[in-house]
Design a binder for this molecule. Structure first.
Ligand code: 13P
Ligand code: SF4
Length: 321
């Protein structure tokens, strides 16, 4: 452990804080976490922890979910500006307006949403449990699934059920290049393609395993004899995969080069990086984590009225998971 990592561990112990990290966090941040998981596991862990303080190394909606589940705990986020393009693609006012026009619909919201959107939701899902939960909804009930269009289309295809889909997407998962993936499959014919369901349909059609970050990691752990895997999700997850099977090679699928991009890697406005890293997730650094533990700030707060509504569909999800 480096000095700063040791400082972080000491502070966490002294303050009775649990450090939770998503699989997309920088490797050095994952290394100091007490718990690393996918969105569902982070929510479950938050709901069950005895720690006095929760430090959520992830994006804002993850910390908000932890705060809704643990209103009496101090929930810290090392970088409060770490947002999520997918959560941003569904604003509460737009969903409210939609609901008013379609009062009969059951609202299924992906966990990648703000607390205000969750407060308007009937049940929250993650990529781990969306299939299972959608199957519990009575067949005659019309369903709005949002905000991720790709995940919704995948769930609709798997369940054979018509869903009305919100037109949102994650900028990282929707930019993987199908052409590059086809080339990788030709170069590495024995390597299974592991994809997150937030990827576009064309990527999912070319994949062998589709699942949440935890499901993809479990696939690797269950196939320790394989030597190559092609990965179509945020590359942070490769850190745990490599630890599980150090002899294997993990090949990340590259993104499409946006039109107008130059050979020197100059990016068009609004595109944060040319790799498959989520720049929001990567905003959390060891320095920010140490400082946030030291100063017990920035804390995440959720309006109590919104939290009172938002906890209902989150708890429904936890019960159905
Ligand atoms: P998981 O639920 O698989 O952890 O995914 C979260 C996420 O943000 C994917 O982009
Ligand atoms: Fe949001 Fe996409 Fe980043 Fe996941 S990878 S946190 S969905 S922006």
């Amino acid at each position: 452990m480096t000095d700063i990592q040791q400082q972080i561990r000491t502070l966490a112990r002294e303050k009775n804080a649990i450090i939770m990290a998503h699989f997309y966090q920088r490797p050095e941040v994952q290394e100091v976490a007490d718990f690393i998981g996918d969105s569902l596991a982070l929510a479950q862990q938050a709901a069950n922890t005895d720690a006095k303080i929760i430090v959520l190394c992830g994006v804002h909606f993850m910390a908000e979910t932890a705060k809704i589940l643990c209103p009496d705990k101090l929930v810290l986020i090392p970088e409060p500006k770490a947002g999520c393009s997918l959560a941003d693609s569904c604003q509460a006012d737009d969903l409210r307006a939609w609901k008013e026009q379609h009062p009969d619909h059951y609202i299924v919201s992906y966990v990648n949403t703000s607390a205000a959107v969750k407060a308007l939701t009937d049940v929250v899902v993650t990529s781990s449990n969306a299939l299972k939960i959608v199957r519990t909804i009575p067949a005659d009930k019309p369903v709005l699934f949002g905000p991720d269009h790709n995940l919704g289309a995948y769930i609709s295809q798997q369940t054979g059920r018509e869903l009305t889909l919100w037109n949102g997407a994650c900028h990282v998962h929707s930019r993987f290049s199908a052409e590059a993936l086809l080339a990788l499959k030709r170069e590495h014919p024995g390597a299974p393609v592991l994809a997150h369901p937030e990827c576009k349909q064309i990527i999912l059609n070319l994949s062998d395993v589709i699942g949440s970050t935890q499901a993809l990691l479990s696939y690797v752990k269950n196939h320790p004899d394989m030597r190559e895997f092609i990965i179509a999700t945020e590359s942070g997850v490769i850190h745990e995969m490599r630890k599980a099977v150090p002899e294997a090679t993990f090949i990340p699928v590259p993104p499409e080069i946006p039109e107008g991009n130059t050979k020197d890697g100059l990016l068009p406005q609004g595109v944060g990086c040319m790799c498959n890293e989520c720049e929001y997730m990567r905003m959390v650094t060891l320095d920010k984590l140490r400082d946030c533990l030291l100063h017990e700030s920035p804390a995440v707060d959720v309006d109590p009225e919104i939290a009172k509504q938002a906890i209902i569909p989150i708890q429904r999800m936890l019960e159905l998971s």
